[in-house]
Design a protein around this ligand. Structure first.
Ligand code: MTE
Length: 307
């Protein structure tokens, strides 16, 4: 079974004036505008999400020029330089495993069935830098509910595209391609977990994981896998790229935790990108500040381990 498309990206034209919108939101009442990130906002008066931070977002320039996307190079400035090669349309996402409706889904079909909203999230990389990012996207649970998760499913596995002609660093053994990530099913269904399709009301820049990437704001950034082409519902914990590369340093869960050091550096504080060279580091928050929404999922788990 396929989603029935009633809206395609071609139908989606107006570009939101984000700055203007921020001013409006700060002023009278929270106002939404037009369409963002590949689908129409549910309501022209959509209130700001309760999950959004009111911290000042990083600039689009900062968010799209300091990246980790090893398929396009290992330097922070390399993805912005090389990701233009990626063809993002058409884009198909295979959904398989323990679901009622497995299949190859056109991204346009998926986007026609979900509600895109803005989520301004803190984003904390395991390397101890951070940003505040105004994503546009939809809750992953909307997609999972549509395809029908079977009761035996316990995990969700994700894969990035493999296309070495466009993703030139896939010709090197930096990581085992495709880049893979995974979540426990309850983590995937948590309302904080989104599939991002836009930034600042515009289509997602390719270096940020276009056309669709995961964002899990209470986990270290490497869990937020980019340019996703495959989603599998599984019974077993899936293999994940950084864990396969170095299991001692990168656990499957990798929840942000200032009290558990990375084997090679402290995680107690972070450098906010854009703060300038002399900016003081700021303390890292437990679960990156999302404790109230996610901590209960880990009741009974030993949080003193880098798991
Ligand atoms: N996804 C893929 N496919 N390849 C990658 O190299 N890097 C991860 C994550 N997702 C990565 C990826 C890491 S380490 C981080 S910190 C974030 O993407 C960076 O996201 P950003 O560039 O949008 O800030």
């Amino acid at each position: 079974m396929r989603f029935k498309p009633d809206l395609t990206w071609a139908d989606v034209t107006p570009k939101a004036d984000f700055l203007n919108r921020r001013q409006l939101m700060k002023g009278a009442a929270a106002m939404g505008i037009g369409s963002i990130g590949g689908a129409t906002m549910a309501s022209a008066n959509a209130p700001a999400s309760i999950y959004s931070t009111d911290e000042e977002p990083n600039t689009l320039e900062e968010i799209s020029s300091y990246n980790n996307f090893y398929e396009f190079g290992t330097g922070k400035d390399e993805p912005a330089e090389h990701a233009y090669r990626l063809t993002t349309s058409p884009w198909t996402v295979e959904i398989d495993g323990l679901v009622d409706n497995p299949g190859m889904y056109d991204l346009n079909d998926i986007l026609s069935q979900v509600t895109i909203e803005e989520r301004i999230y803190r984003f904390r990389c395991v390397e101890a830098w951070s940003m505040v990012v105004p994503w546009n996207g939809f809750e992953l649970r909307q997609l999972l509910e549509r395809v029908g998760v079977q009761s035996s499913a316990k995990y969700v596995a994700f894969e990035t595209l493999v296309r070495p002609d466009e993703m030139l660093w896939q010709n090197y053994d930096i990581l085992e391609w495709p880049y893979r990530e995974g979540l426990r099913l309850d983590e995937a269904m948590n309302p904080l977990t989104i599939m991002a399709t836009g930034l600042y009301g515009e289509e997602l820049p390719k270096q940020n994981g276009a056309p669709m990437r995961l964002v899990v704001p209470w986990k270290y950034g490497f869990k937020s896998i980019k340019s996703i082409v495959k989603i599998s519902l599984t019974e077993e914990e899936p293999e994940t790229s950084w864990n396969m590369q170095n299991a001692r340093e990168y656990g499957f869960y990798s929840n942000v935790n200032p009290e558990v050091s990375h084997p090679r550096w402290s995680q107690a504080s972070e450098r906010r990108i854009g703060g300038g060279f002399f900016a003081t580091r700021q303390p890292t928050q437990m679960f990156n500040g999302y404790e109230q929404y996610v901590a209960s999922m880990y009741d009974g788990m030993d949080l003193s381990e880098n798991f």
